[in-house]
Design a protein around this ligand. Structure first.
Ligand SMILES: NC(=O)c1ccc[n+]([C@@H]2O[C@H](COP(=O)([O-])OP(=O)(O)OC[C@H]3O[C@@H](n4cnc5c(N)ncnc54)[C@H](O)[C@@H]3O)[C@@H](O)[C@H]2O)c1
Length: 215
């Protein structure tokens, strides 16, 4: 089985690539940066998912749209339109088994940077559209919406003790997920899961469920 993952040079995408390689799959990675995963069953393609020509990659069984940016000025181009380009090119085809998107809690809460929230909200709607189109092919399509994950994307707040303390105050489980934990979810939803489709799963340590009870 061949797995295509976008954004494999860092963070969550790198952890997802490594999880599938550890499980014996062939993995292709697509990133704007050079490869950081080195493995005999890993092939890396350097391309910008939003603005560059996409390379020919045949026979993708599972597609994981992970590449994303935050408050970049191009969030909708990369997170939404780039993921749509990748999906229409490699994911909507006979033989596909599962498509997954890494969205964000921002998609349902509307918090964080405006263009980022809009890009992720659009991604969840697009996921449902793809799920309906892939269902006749017997393939699943879902999204994961993490809250905070300890990656370089969040260096700004992770390295500031005062900001970090404020974040933990807002987070019921008092922690963030690791990239490796999100990779386990990605594996479960695309490989083990056969019956759930068109769903967005929140993995946010209770962040978006937090509601003050006033009496
Ligand atoms: N870290 C979090 O707290 C968190 C929370 C919710 C959702 N997410 C989402 O998870 C995904 C991965 O986030 P991360 O924290 O691992 O980020 P990261 O910055 O550590 O890694 C993102 C990867 O995507 C690549 N990339 C960026 N733009 C690209 C483009 N145009 N074309 C190809 N590759 C590109 C980068 O080079 C990088 O390797 C993103 O979509 C992000 O929005 C992250």
């Amino acid at each position: 089985m061949k797995i295509l993952v976008t954004g494999t040079a860092n963070g969550i995408g790198k952890a997802i690539a490594q999880k599938f390689l550890d499980c014996g799959y062939d993995v292709a990675g697509l990133d704007i940066l050079p490869a950081t995963v080195i493995h005999p069953h890993y092939v890396h393609f350097v391309a910008d998912i939003a603005f560059a020509d996409l390379p020919p990659i045949d026979g993708v069984d599972i597609l994981i749209n992970n590449a994303g940016v935050q408050n970049s000025g191009n969030d909708i181009d990369v997170n939404l339109k780039g993921s749509m380009r990748v999906t229409e090119r490699y994911g909507v085809r006979q033989g596909i088994k599962s498509v997954l998107f890494i969205a964000s809690t921002s998609a349902s809460t509307g918090s964080e940077f405006p263009e980022y929230a809009a890009s992720k909200g659009g991604l969840v709607s697009y996921m449902k559209n793809v799920a309906l189109r892939l269902a006749p092919l017997g393939a699943t399509c879902n999204s994961l919406s993490p809250g905070g994950v300890a990656t370089a994307l969040n260096e700004h707040v992770m390295s500031d003790p005062a900001l970090w303390a404020q974040i933990m105050e807002e987070t019921p489980l008092k922690k963030w997920a690791s990239a490796e934990e999100i990779a386990e979810w990605a594996y479960f939803v695309t490989v083990i899961n056969k019956s759930m489709t068109a769903q967005d799963i929140l993995i946010d340590n209770g962040e978006s469920a937090r509601a003050k009870f006033v009496w």
